[in-house]
Design a protein around this ligand. Structure first.
Ligand SMILES: Nc1ncnc2c1ncn2[C@@H]1O[C@H](COP(=O)(O)OP(=O)(O)OP(=O)(O)O)[C@@H](O)[C@H]1O
Ligand SMILES: [Mg+2]
Length: 1017
């Protein structure tokens, strides 16, 4: 919008008689208004002597900002002119100051004359007040849209009233009358387009060889690269043909023949400064002795705008054709007409006429247009025997990535960021460029130490302002009804259904929705898509940014209503497989609710909507948790709980699920915070069942912190009793899973297996695959460490694999057991592959905490295989992940200490060993003690060493974990050897060999046996 105000009008009033003053001011207003309107603006209102003009209302153009700036600049010239006249007549002078600013304005569809202006308008008014007389200030948002067409100097940042931050501003010096606001760059190498270029070369070669006129039209969405393709082709034509270029203009007076005039001027070498006679002379010269030279030159005066006398079209056509033919007689001619979708009907007629009538001379007519050409001229080129059309499709993914790399230069860019940009741009090179420009301008993409890094969130890339203007302008060209249809579709999403859009339309408009959708397809704004609903046609937006622009064009009020109505439609339409769509239904209800809250419309319907949305999201989140998709579970359950009221009993349950997901996802602090809320609410509700669930949630957090096995078992029993009373199978599954885990910590394999089996049965009854899988993870550890011999344990794990075939998570857990077991048997390659698959699935599931934990398993395989450094590397990485996530789980530490010790890095082993001993987790404590004992022995702290080794042996003896028993026996033997008490060591090694063999852990047994052999030998 443009704000302009007269400076010092009071002093003007003192000098002039009121009647004359009014006349002077009226004249001023009239002239300014004329300038504004010539550029497509509308004067919205006069406030005192100030003029407020809008561009882009009611009709949006992609270059509205530039139009406004040109108007502001021209107003300044017009005022100078007026002042010269006034000086002579009244001896006065008017001075004005002006501001141009760009921003979103909410226009009421029903009253296009009454825009509700917003923040952007206030800024414009303030900017105007900050300008000096005669000055034009541009707001930053405007400057960004026109910067390649203007010369400015910084005038800011300015402290404006009502603005917290200083506002950047630019003083306008010059604006070029032609050319775009943002120049398209041609300097990055062209990517792809080989096929299209080949087609163009072929067409040219044929025109040249057959001495005929060919018409080739390149059709494609804005920014897809039509002009660039033509530029590339023109470069190839160099030396092969005379190339002439003309461009259709989007607006202006007398633009009909503008592109032809450009062509004629270029052909004849007519300069801007040439007068009418010179121009005519140059054309005559070009025709060199042609019999009709004077007639042709005379008629082309109309084209060149050298005369006001209108001439019949056919005469002009004829003259243009004869000129080009004369030229082509000397050698092939290629003419490029760009942007012909803006061409006037007469101009388009002329092009078809040229193509149809020019014969026997080699001319290639290359026309570039956006798809709306076909809307305006459905039969374009039809009837011409040799006319061809090339549709320019988006770039391939590889080409897009190459373009991104070319544009950013040699500095590397993060793989993921590049993929996000590529996805947002969807193969449109202009969008690639503009998105990059925006990200760099906004500092989201920064150069750091020779590479590009993303500072801040890149998960959703907004529409760059230039693209926004472009797309909005495209949507604006639609009829009111078509626009309403595409807006309704945009609420549905990138893919939408005819039936849904019809349902969202008012009854009288429903019948015409199909026709409008077809029109949108013809304009390439949407395209047909395979439908997932039988008998329901589906469409997709041809570009996500088009959807975004259409969505941005709807009011919040409409969004609130349409999202809700679409959710209703989807519920009805997908009634038989609602679970599949629950998340989507929830999303739309959530949006509807959000917009209502934004508008302060919550009222009575608000809580009802929130409840519906929350229920859908919670159900979808619980399902995500059940299939162990942790990222999705956290996202959905968080959104669900945010929509639920504190004190709602259902919320307590959902929060406990969320806590479980958060712990698995490694977000322990948030888990604690949420659990605190749930504990508080369940107490307030005095509901013992909910309290028991909260208790289970608490154990999820504690389980990773070195818990007390006794307390765990007791809490499990108590909760089981409560859940039993309520017939809550899900609760029972959780309770028995806790009992099972506590027994595993206590090293009671048999009892653990029994509790875990009960948990599994309840989980099945409750239909909770997540808890079911959880029990199997604990079971996998029990199978590996417990007293069952390796082969027996392995076949049990394999039986479970068969039973759960296709369940990736259960597979992962069984691979865990098998990786340990096979590595102890010396089947290293197999074990490595198992560990890798195990960890891969955890990663895919988003189980970050379990993934870090699983480094122990992979490292165990490496230790067995003798690659100690790899084992250390794996566990260091896992431990680091734990620490990043704030998880104090000590599981990795004793194993890390052991691998470091074995690798001869016993000094480094001390720290993790000490930490594991102090953690209090009984199993990890005893394993760490047996490592620390050896470290102490080497430090000469004999007594301490022996005591630690003995304590470890006793603790292992209380469990039925055979490998643990063997490891502590070997530990004691080594301590004694270091202390020089060889003779005492032998019985411990013999005992170790015995238990390892009982387990069938041959690698371990061999290790103990070789120590024994070494002693005797
Ligand atoms: N194949 C390509 N390789 C590299 N850059 C490209 C390619 N195609 C287009 N570009 C770049 O993308 C931008 C947009 O291209 P171009 O101006 O040719 O689009 P257009 O289809 O003519 O759009 P409009 O309909 O708005 O005229 C330009 O800066 C251009 O240099
Ligand atoms: Mg173009």
């Amino acid at each position: 919008m443009v704000f302009t105000d007269v400076v010092g009008s009071t002093s003007l009033g003192e000098k002039l008689d009121p009647e004359i003053l009014r006349r002077v001011m009226n004249e001023y207003f009239d002239r300014m208004r004329a300038v504004l309107e010539r550029h497509g603006g509308t004067v919205e209102k006069y406030i005192g002597d100030a003029i407020v003009a809008m561009f882009g209302i009611p009709e949006v153009h992609e270059d509205d900002a530039l139009r406004a700036v040109r108007a502001a600049h021209e107003m300044r010239t017009a005022l100078e002119e007026l002042n010269r006249e006034l000086k002579d007549r009244q001896g006065v002078r008017i001075e004005a100051r002006t501001a141009v600013n760009t921003g979103e304005v909410l226009a009421e569809d029903t009253r296009p004359d009454a825009p509700l202006t917003a923040d952007a308008a206030n800024t414009a008014a303030r900017l105007e007040q900050a300008a000096s007389p005669g000055e034009v200030l541009l707001g930053d948002s405007t400057y960004r849209l026109v910067r390649d067409a203007v010369t400015v100097e910084p005038a800011g940042p300015l402290d404006l009233k009502g603005k917290a931050e200083p506002v950047p501003a630019w003083r306008l010096l010059e604006v070029s009358p032609e050319g775009p606001g943002i120049a398209r760059s041609l300097d990055s190498p062209i990517v792809g387009r080989d096929r299209e270029l080949a087609l163009l070369r072929q067409a040219f070669d044929r025109a040249a060889a057959e001495r005929a006129c060919r018409l080739v039209t390149v059709l494609g969405a804005p920014g897809v690269g039509k002009t660039r393709l033509a530029a590339e082709f023109v470069a190839w034509l160099e030396g092969r043909a005379t190339v002439l270029r003309g461009r259709c203009l989007a607006y202006g007076e007398g633009i009909t023949y503008w592109p032809v005039a450009e062509v004629v001027r270029e052909a004849a070498g007519i300069a801007e400064s040439d007068g009418p006679d010179q121009a005519t002379a140059k054309i005559t010269a070009l025709l060199g002795g042609h019999e009709d030279a004077d007639t042709i030159a005379g008629r082309l005066r109309t084209v060149l705008g050298l005369t006001d006398t209108p001439a019949p079209a056919q005469e002009t056509f004829w003259a243009a054709r004869r000129l080009l033919e004369a030229l082509a007689e000397r050698g092939p001619v290629a003419i490029v007409f760009d942007d012909i979708h803006w061409g006037e009907a007469t101009f388009l007629d002329l092009v078809e006429y040229l193509a149809g009538w020019s014969t026997v001379v080699p001319i290639l007519l290359l026309c570039l247009a956006r798809p709306e050409l076909v809307e305006a001229r459905p039969g374009w080129g039809a009837g011409l025997p040799d006319a061809a059309t090339i549709r320019l499709e988006p770039l391939t993914e590889e080409d897009s990535e190459r373009l991104i790399d070319n544009l950013l230069g040699p500095a590397p860019l993060d793989e993921e960021v590049r993929a996000r940009i590529r996805q947002a741009a969807e193969g449109n090179p202009l969008f690639v460029e503009e998105i990059l420009r925006m990200l760099v301008d906004d500092g989201v993409l920064r150069r750091d130490d020779g590479r590009w890094i993303a500072a801040g969130e890149l998960s959703s890339i907004a529409i760059p302002p230039t693209i926004h203007a472009l797309l909005t302008a495209r949507l604006e060209r639609l009829s009111r009804e078509e626009r309403a249809v595409i807006q309704r579709a945009s609420v549905v999403g990138k893919v939408f259904w005819w039936g849904a859009v019809a349902d969202l339309s008012p009854a009288p408009e429903q019948a015409t929705v199909g026709g409008h959708l077809q029109a949108l397809v013809r304009r390439e704004l949407v395209r047909p898509e395979r439908s997932r609903f039988a008998g329901e046609d589906a469409f997709r937006f041809s570009h996500i940014l088009i959807r975004d622009a259409a969505y941005a064009g709807t009011t919040k009020e409409a969004r609130a209503e349409l999202h809700e109505r679409f959710a209703d439609w989807l519920e009805r339409r997908a009634a038989d497989r609602l679970t599949e769509y629950e998340e989507i239904v929830g999303y739309h209800l959530e949006q509807a609710h959000r917009y209502r809250v934004d508008l302060g419309l919550d009222g009575e319907a608000g809580p009802r909507l929130a409840r519906r949305a929350a229920e859908r999201l919670a159900a979808a989140g619980e399902r995500a948790l059940a299939r162990i998709d942790i990222h999705a579970a956290i996202n959905l359950l968080s959104r669900a709980t945010a929509l639920m009221e504190r004190g709602d009993p259902r919320r307590v349950e959902v929060v406990v699920d969320l806590v479980e997901a958060l712990v698995e996802g490694g977000l322990v602090d948030r888990a604690r915070e949420m659990l605190g809320e749930a504990a508080h609410d369940s107490d307030a509700l005095a509901d013992d069942r909910l309290r028991a669930h909260v208790l289970m949630g608490e154990w999820h957090i504690r389980a990773s912190e070195g818990p007390s096995e006794l307390e765990g078992e007791q809490d499990g029993f108590r909760a089981a009793e409560v859940f039993g009373k309520h017939g809550d199978d899900r609760g029972l599954a959780r309770a028995w899973a806790l009992v099972g885990a506590a027994r595993w910590w206590a090293g009671r394999a048999g009892a653990a297996e029994e509790a875990l089996e009960r948990a599994r049965q309840h989980a099945r009854a409750a239909g909770d695959p997540n808890v079911e899988a959880d029990t199997l993870l604990t079971l996998s550890a029990v199978l590996a460490q417990g007293p069952r011999p390796v082969e027996e344990a392995a076949s049990l794990a394999e039986a479970i694999l068969d039973e759960y075939a296709g369940n990736r998570t259960v597979e992962a857990y069984m691979y865990h057991a098998l990786a340990h077991l096979r590595s102890w048997q010396g089947r290293f390659d197999e074990a490595r592959a198992l560990a890798r698959r195990y960890r891969g699935i955890l990663r895919d599931n988003g189980q970050e905490a379990s993934w870090a934990d699983s480094s122990e398993c992979a490292a165990d395989v490496e230790v067995m295989a003798g690659d100690l450094e790899e084992a250390v590397r794996l566990m260091t990485e896992g431990q680091q992940r734990f620490e990043e996530m704030g998880i104090s789980d000590p599981t990795i530490l004793p194993f890390l200490a052991y691998a470091l010790y074995l690798a001869g890095r016993w000094k480094e082993a001390e720290d993790p060993a000490v930490r594991a001993v102090e953690s209090g987790q009984p199993l990890w404590r005893l394993l760490a003690q047996t490592v620390l004992a050896r470290v102490r022995a080497r430090q000469g702290r004999a007594e301490e060493a022996e005591a630690l080794a003995r304590e470890a042996i006793e603790a292992a003896g209380r469990t039925d974990y055979l490998v643990f028993q063997g490891r502590t026996a070997v530990g004691m033997a080594e301590v004694l050897q270091i202390l020089g008490r060889e003779a005492e060591a032998a019985p411990f090694l013999e005992e170790a060999v015995r238990v390892f063999e009982q387990k069938g852990a041959t690698v371990w047994a061999d290790l103990a046996r070789s120590r024994l052999g070494g002693m005797h030998g």
